[in-house]
Design a binder for this molecule. Sequence first.
Ligand SMILES: Nc1ncnc2c1ncn2[C@@H]1O[C@H](COP(=O)(O)OP(=O)(O)OP(=O)(O)O)[C@@H](O)[C@H]1O
Length: 601
Amino acid sequence: MSGAIRRSLAASGSAVRLVLRASFKASPGLAGAVIVVALVEAALPVGLAWTVRTLVDGLTAHDTGRIRLAAIAMGVVGLCWVGAQWVSMTSQTVLEERTDHWLEQRLSGLVHEMPDLSVVESPDFQDRVFTLAGRPRHLVGSITTIIETVALAVRFGAAAVLLAFVAPVLTPLPLLVLLPVLASMRAEREISSMLDDISAPMRAARMLFLAGTEPGPAGELRQYGMTGAVADRQDELLRTADRRQRLARLRTGRIMTIGWTLFAAGVLLLLWLSRDDPGVRSGGVVFLLAVLAMQLVAQAEQAATTFSKLSRLSTILERFTWLERLVEQSGDRHSGSATAPAGLRHSIELRGVTFRYTPDGPPVLDDVSLVLPAGTVVALAGHNGAGKSTLVKLLMGLYRPTAGQILLDGVDLVTLDHHSVRERLAAGFQDFCRFELPAGDTVGAGDLPRLGDREAAAGALTRAGSADVIGRLADGLETPLGRSMPGGALPSEGQWQKLALGRAMMREAPLLRVLDEPTASLDAESEAALFAGCLEVGRADAAVNGCVTLLVSHRFSTVRTADLIVTLRDGKVAEVGTHEDLMATGGWYATVCTMQAADYA
Ligand SMILES: Nc1ncnc2c1ncn2[C@@H]1O[C@H](COP(=O)(O)OP(=O)(O)OP(=O)(O)O)[C@@H](O)[C@H]1O
C-alpha cells in the first residue's frame, strides 16, 4: 500500500473518531441508536440473497418446507428493511443537525479561545480558518457517511462469506470494490489540495468584494476611480481559482476512470475463471450470484462515493484537529495558574523584551527594558510604526514576547492565568470595535458582569468626558446602534470612539488602563474633556490600587501632563523622563513638542 493511501486511511480513521466524538457529544442516545439500526440494515441484503437462493432451490426441488421457510424469511427481511429505513431516516436527520450545530459552535469557540492574537492575525491562520468556515455544513451527513462505510464493510464481508460457501472461486469478487474506492480516495486528495491552493485567492477576492460594499472603503474606491481595477483584480483572482479547480477536476476524472476500468476488468476475469466451477451450477446459486452481482455494482458505486465523502471529511476534520491542537498549545504557552493580583505595589516592567510577528520577520520591538511605576500616568510617543501599539498588546497579554519578560510587581505575566489578568485590565484600542448593540451594552461590554448596568455605563462615559454622546441618541443608552440592529442609529466615527472610551472606563481600579490614540476621531473640545477625565480617573485609581495609566498619543499638549514620558524609535526605547527632563535633553521629543506648540500658537 502506498504511503499516500496509508496516510489517507489514517486521516479517514481520525475523521471517523472525531465525527463519532462530535455525534456522541451532540446526542449520545441518538448516535447509539443510529449505529445499531444501520448495522442491522447493512446485514439485510445478504439475508435477502440467502432467501432468494432458498426460494429458487425450493421451487426447483418442489420442496414445500423450503419454499415456506423462504417466504417467511422474505417477509421478516422486508419488515426489518422498512422499519430500519424509517428509524434511520428520521433519527439520522436529527442527529446530523445536532452534530452540525455542535461542530459550528466548536469552530467559533476555538477561534475565540485562541489567546495569541499574533497567531489569529497571521495570513496562514486566516487562510486555514477561511477554508474551514462554513464547512461544518459539509459535515451534515458525516455520521451517515461513517455509518454507510461501516455498513458497506459489513455487506462486503457477508457477501464474501456467502460466496466462499457457494462458489469459492468468486470469493475475491467483493474485494474488487477496493479499486474504485482507492481511486476515489486518491481523487479526493487532489480536490483537497486544490482547496488549499485556492483558499488564498478566494479570501483575497472576498476581501475585495467587502471593500466595494463597506461604507468606508467603498467611498474611497469610488473617489479614486478604483472600482474598475478592483473588479478586474477580483475577476483575475476568481479566474485563477477557477482554473485550478478545473485542472483538479480533470485529474480526478482521469483517476476515477482508471479505477472503474480496473474494477470492470477484474469482475469479467473472475466470472470467466468461474465458468467451469461446479458450485455455480445450481439454479439457486445462479440467482444468488445475479442478486449479489447487481448489489455489488450498486454498492461499488456507493462505496466510491462514501469513501470520497470520508476523505473530504477527513480534510475538514484534520483542520479542526489542527485548530484544537493550536489553541491548546497556545493556551498552555499563554497561561499560568496563579491569579493576577488586585493591585500593584511597585511596577509593571518590561525586561529585555523582543517581539517578532513571524519567526523569520524583523524584530518590531528590540530588547526593550522599561519600568512603569505603580500609580503613574505614563505617555508613550514615537513616530508611525515605532512599535507603540505592539507594546500595548504585549502588556495586555494579547501577544507573547519572542524573548524577555513582562513582570507585574516582579511576577512574570506567563505564570499568571491569562483570564484573571485580562479581568484586571482595561483598554481603549486604536482599532476599537463598533459593537452593534444598544448603546448602554456597547459601553457596558467593558465589564461584562455589569453589561446591563446603565448607571455604571453612564458613569463610565462621564469619566471618559464623553457623556454628551448619549444626549444625541434618540433613546439614550437604550438606542440600538449600527446597521445590523433594526432601526439602529448610525453614530459618527467620533461618537463610536467616545463609546469605546466609555467602555475603557467601565472597570474600576484595574492594574493597567491603556488608551491607545484615544483622540484620533475627537474634536478639540472632546479631546480636552477626555484627557482631563483620564488624568482624574488615572490618579483616583492609582490611589486605590496603584493602577498604571498608559496613554499612547501623538498630541504632545496632552503627553506633557503625564508623570513619565517614553518615546520609542524603531522598536527601541529612545527617551524616558518627565516633560521637563526630555525638553532639557533636546532630543526627538523636544523637537516635535516645540514644533507642535508653534503650530498651535
Ligand atoms: N499583525 C501584524 N503583523 C505583522 N506586522 C505588524 C502587525 N502589526 C503591526 N506590524 C508591524 O509592526 C510595526 C509596528 O507597528 P505598530 O502598530 O506597533 O506601530 P505604532 O507605533 O503603533 O504605529 P502608529 O503610530 O502608526 O499607530 C510596523 O512596522 C507594522 O508594520
